[in-house]
Each structure stands twice: as C-alpha cells, then as structure tokens.
Design a protein around this ligand. Structure first.
Ligand code: GAP
Length: 452
C-alpha cells in the first residue's frame, strides 16, 4: 500500500483544475456518480453510470483476456466476498491490517497519523490537539446468521488474494496445472479507509484484479522480474503515457508484512505520483500460514521427481477503479479548435464505451433512414450511438467528451454513392468509407488498434 509523497514533477502539463473538470464531466456524461447522491451521498463509494460501466467492463475484459485467456498457465476463479474468519487471522489482517488513527479534540475529525505533516489540524487549524495514535483495523465487520455475537463475526474481504490462496489445492487438482502456474480473480474488496479521497482514487468499496503466480522457491526472483515487465508492457498497451508512468521499487521500510520484494507501477496524477498496481514477491507466507491454521497440506509434489515444496507466490495486484481513474485522467485533453475549447477523452478505441456514433447530416432527404440502417447493422458487433439532435458540431463535441473514437455522418453524397464520412476523434481527419464496409473497417481500427 505504499505511496510516495513527493510533489508532481515540473513537467506536469495538466489543464487548470483538471480534477474538478473531470469529476464534473464524469457526472454530466454518465461515467461516475456519487453513491446515494439523493440522500447527500455516502463517503468514498461511487456508482458507475451508462458510459462508466462500459468503460469499466472493457478494462476488466482487457485484463482478463491478457492474464487468463491468452495464457495457458493461468486459471480464473470467482471466490466469495465473505470467507471463514480464520482466513483473516492466518493472513495477518486481523492483527496487522491497521492504520494509525488520531482525532482532533477540537473538531473531532479523524486522520491517518502518517499522512499529517505537523501537529496542526488540517480541518480546523487548531494546533497540538491530536489524541495519541491508536491502531484502527481497516476491515469491515458484519455478522453471519441470525445471532449477532463474537462467534458470528465475518469480514468483507479487504483483498481478493486470499480467495485465491484458499483455493490453491482445489484449482491444482481440478485443472491439472503444474507449477509454475497462476490463478487470477477480479472482484470487490472493502476497506474502511480513514482518509479516503481524490475522487475514486481511494474508496471504501472497490474492485481488484489480482493474479497469484505459484513458483518453485529459488525461481521467484526471476519470475518477479518477468511479471513486472509483463505488467508494465500491458499498461503501456492501453495508451498510458510514458512520461507519466514510473516504477517505484519498495525500500525495506515500505514492504508489506507478507512481501520479500515489491514494486509499484505509479502514474503522475494531478495530485502527485501514485501507485495503481503492485507486484509483490509474497514468498510462501500465505500458503504456509493457511496450511498451519487450517491443518490442510498446501504443498506441491512434482510428478516426475517426487520433490515436495510449498510454492512461492508472485502477485500482481491492480485496482480496477483506480486504473479507470488513471485512464480517464490520461485520456483527458483540452485544445483550442476554431476559437473554441474542445474537451476530448482520448481513450484507446478498445476501451472506449461507444465505438462509433452515427449522424444524419440533416433530418430529411432519407438521411435518418440510412443512418438508422447503419446503426442497426453496426450494433450487432459494437456499442454505437445514433444522434440527430443539434448541429453537427455539437454532436461531435458530445462524442469527443464521451471518448467515442469515430463519428460516421450520412450526407447528400451517401444517398448518391453509398459512402459516408468517418471523422477521427484524435486527428479530426475525415475520410469517405463505403457504408457496406463499415463493420470490417471499424473492427480493424477498434480491435487492431496499436497502443496509443
Ligand atoms: N493483495 C495485495 C493488495 O491488496 P494493495 O497495495 O493493498 O495490495 C492493490 O492494493 C491495489 O488495489 C492498489 O494498487 C490499488 O490499485 C487498489 N486499491 C487498494 N486500496 C484501494 C482503495 N482504498 N481504493 C481504490 N483502490 C484501492
């Protein structure tokens, strides 16, 4: 969970108030809403709207495809959010998944002690009124069954990783994988963060995409580097800017209790360099801990040699919501076009919620009918959007803000020769394409699009 605290680099080229503008765009265009907004909101939980849910789904599928479908050495699972409470004793979370909490005696606001720069309260400004730090466990507790007592306590999982470790034996037996192999999972995690914030960067409910790769001890250092390089290459393939991306290896004082070595992928957000993925060498910490607590053997027996060992684990852990935020920030651009500010989300075409918008130039001369037929045809393969309202310029601007990579316009020439204009969101170039060939044309540019 490490984050560097240094200030953003001077080279940062964000437009003014970029986070406020992005939050407002996300609400206006239906990417992300505050949870329970009509009741005044609930702290650090967000809902995804029509465009946001598509974007999130595309990112999730891109990760699953990269980590599971395209590999023969990684299997998927989908474990329960509620697990046996002993899981969290064994993993060390009951004892150690804590942050130091202080309270201001004047205004009663609570803070993470390790994020305060001085003894002055950031809310009320009063000095020297913080209580002594106490360790605050970040796991949400609830009760299972009809009786609410200490024997029925269960936790909402704070990471998806443990659902993988407790299924190590099951997957090994069911899949016939051999070490080295991995298990991947995407799912919700919950943390009762003391100081959440920065929009969806740190929330109390979020989704993780994690993969645990089980290897023979002694080969772990090499596998750590392999996965670090693979993960870096993947985030770059999504179009994440090189100059806002860096690796942050953990120093000894930053390592989590389970890790021998760790490196974060960090992005230069408007509020500083921040971690969005961690790659960890978790050694045999988790499997040994579960073996001891459960009494079930979690070792691997090599078929040809009979050699027995408890595998080491290389973990790759990325927050889906945090990656979506990084991708939105990365995609957000403002530019001057013909004296007006154009706001555009340059999302990779594979991730864009809508792949193409279809416009009749005017609402007459058969153009809407042709445009509707094109829409119907394309909708069989892609999420597309039909729009005939307002000037063509306004329609383009609406799609730019939604990140739609292509706008298709039906005009007078379409009626004559069956071609349409296709406008590219990023270059603003327009080309004429035969309407019949649009599905193939679009597929090539969406699925075959190189890294931006
Ligand atoms: N299994 C290891 C693990 O959970 P972590 O560094 O605590 O490690 C991994 O979390 C990733 O999960 C982070 O890099 C981040 O992307 C995401 N994450 C963690 N806490 C989060 C929060 N409160 N809100 C949103 N995303 C979070």
């Amino acid at each position: 969970m490490s984050e560097t605290k240094e200030a953003p680099a001077a080279a940062q080229d964000y437009p003014a108030d970029v986070m406020d503008k992005l939050v407002s765009l996300c609400k206006r265009r239906g990417f992300i809403f505050q949870s329970s907004e009509i009741y005044g909101g609930v702290g650090a939980v967000y809902d995804y709207g029509p465009l946001g849910v598509e974007l999130k789904q595309n990112v999730r599928s891109a990760w699953w495809s990269e980590m599971v479908h395209r590999r023969d050495d990684v299997e998927g699972v989908d474990a329960g959010i509620l697990m046996h409470p002993d899981v969290w004793v064994a993993s060390g979370h009951v004892e150690g998944f804590t942050d130091p909490l202080v309270e201001c005696r004047n205004c009663h606001r609570r803070f993470r002690a390790d994020t305060l720069a001085s003894d002055q309260c950031p809310t009320c400004g009063v000095k020297g009124q913080f209580t002594e730090p106490r360790q605050f466990n970040l796991m949400f507790k609830t009760f299972m069954g009809a009786v609410e007592d200490s024997t029925s306590v269960v936790y909402l999982r704070p990471e998806t990783a443990q659902g993988i470790f407790v299924n190590f034996r099951n997957v090994l037996d069911a899949s016939r994988q051999k070490v080295p192999f991995g298990i991947a999972q995407v799912g919700k995690a919950f943390r009762n963060e003391i100081t959440p914030g920065n929009f969806t960067f740190r929330t109390r409910e979020f989704e993780q995409m994690e993969m645990q790769f089980f290897v023979e001890p002694g080969t772990d250092d090499e596998w750590f580097e392999t996965w670090r390089d693979r993960r870096l290459a993947w985030v770059k393939s999504l179009g994440i800017r090189d100059d806002r991306l860096r690796l942050h290896p953990h120093g000894p004082d930053e390592l989590a209790h389970y890790a021998k070595k760790a490196v974060d992928l960090e992005y230069l957000l408007p509020f500083g360099w921040k971690e969005f993925e961690g790659i960890h060498n978790r050694t045999d910490f988790d499997l040994i801990a579960h073996q001891e607590k459960s009494g079930k053997k979690l070792e691997y027996v090599e078929a040809h040699s009979g050699k027995r060992f408890v595998p080491f684990v290389i973990e790759t852990s990325i927050g889906l919501d945090r990656l979506v935020l990084v991708l939105l920030v990365n995609a957000y651009h403002e530019e001057e076009v013909e004296g007006e500010t154009r706001v555009v989300l340059r999302l990779h075409p594979r991730l864009a919620p809508i792949k193409a918008a279809i416009f009749p130039l005017v609402k007459k001369d058969g153009m809407p009918e042709i445009a509707r037929r094109i829409e119907e045809n394309l909708r069989r393969s892609f999420p597309v959007f039909y729009d005939e309202a307002g000037s063509i310029g306004r329609r383009y601007r609406r799609q730019d803000e939604a990140g739609t990579p292509f706008c298709i316009t039906v005009d007078g020439q379409t009626v004559e020769d069956g071609t349409v204009t296709v406008r590219d969101r990023d270059t603003l170039e327009q080309v004429r394409v035969a309407a019949d060939s649009l599905p193939g044309w679009l597929r090539e540019r969406v699925e075959g699009a190189p890294a931006a």
